[in-house]
Design a binder for this molecule. Structure first.
Ligand code: DGT
Ligand code: MG
Ligand code: MG
Ligand code: MG
Ligand code: MG
Length: 268
């Protein structure tokens, strides 16, 4: 094909190929969700409809972009980890990030009704995205631990804060004052001694966030088959299917990784 004299502008594109051998993490975060949550009357501190919709959208991303080995989400954010050896979109950071962000955003709108029913979506939500590369399994696990620790810290704070307001009758300013300088143990103690709430018994979804991984599941279906004698019969056929499974467990310790040794590649 003949080249036009305009072709040269292509050379202005910069190379953003992700370094080889690294896990590629794309993290999305809802834009101004403080306001979005208020306007859509999200329950405080956690809205299970909103969390369910985030997870549904993340499943859509995992199903659409191969090579995502694990995703972790909490609050208005979700992180997607591409395998180290992925060559998807030639490892171009902008392509990977924008595909994740747009698939996620359109899914969030597409599946809104499944979680919020007749409550209308008042305006189009947006998500920012960033790409971070992690060269070792340790670095990647520390990244995911960081996000889960963040979930824990925020959820403990928000749980006590809103309990003080909703059950303790404090104003938001008073609750904030009350919690200034408190440590985790103090917050647990307030919940336990003043409100008879044992934080350990709170929902795992809220304390641990959501981890999505691929798992093989045996699926048995009955198929109508023709026998050699020409008669037909129903035969059970079992095949192994990859499906996305969700967990609300600790991913900081060893157990989760020992139970799912296929997520991370061998080596450091
Ligand atoms: P950004 O990310 O800089 O554009 O600003 P925001 O407002 O999205 O801030 P961010 O991402 O640091 O914090 C997430 C906000 O979303 C936070 O204000 C609380 C809100 N949010 C997330 N999940 C829930 C929920 O389940 N219930 C309620 N009530 N609010 C939530
Ligand atoms: Mg932010
Ligand atoms: Mg946000
Ligand atoms: Mg956030
Ligand atoms: Mg095109």
């Amino acid at each position: 094909m003949a080249k036009s004299k305009f072709e040269y502008v292509r050379n202005f594109e910069t190379d953003d190929t992700c370094l080889r051998n690294c896990y590629i993490v794309v993290r999305l975060d809802g834009r101004n969700f403080h306001k979005f949550a208020e306007q859509h009357k999200f329950t405080k501190p956690n809205d299970d409809r909103a969390l369910g919709l985030m997870t549904r959208s993340a499943r859509s991303v995992m199903g659409d972009l191969e090579d995502i080995i694990i995703a972790y989400g909490q609050s208005d954010e979700f992180s997607f980890v591409f395998k180290r050896t992925s060559t998807l979109f030639k490892r171009r950071a902008s392509k990977l990030m924008t595909h994740v962000a747009s698939q996620f955003s359109s899914s969030y709108v597409f599946y809104w009704k499944d979680f919020f029913g007749e409550q209308p979506l008042l305006y189009p939500p947006g998500f920012d995205g960033r790409v971070v590369l992690y060269p070792t399994n340790r670095n990647l696990r520390d990244y995911l631990s960081w996000r889960q620790a963040d979930c824990h810290i925020n959820n403990l704070y928000n749980t006590v804060f809103w309990t003080l307001v909703q059950k303790g009758g404090l104003t938001t300013v008073q609750a904030e004052d009350r919690l200034k300088g408190t440590l985790a143990a103090d917050k647990n103690e307030i919940l336990f001694s003043e409100f008879d709430i044992n934080y350990n018994n709170e929902s795992a979804l809220h304390k641990k966030g959501t981890t999505l991984i691929w798992e093989k599941r045996d699926e048995t279906v009955t198929k109508r088959m023709k026998r050699p004698d020409g008669e037909e019969e129903d035969v059970p056929v079992t095949r192994s299917r990859r499906t996305v499974q969700d967990y609300h467990c600790d991913i900081i310790g060893e157990q989760f990784w020992e139970e799912h040794p296929d997520i991370l590649e061998d080596g450091c």
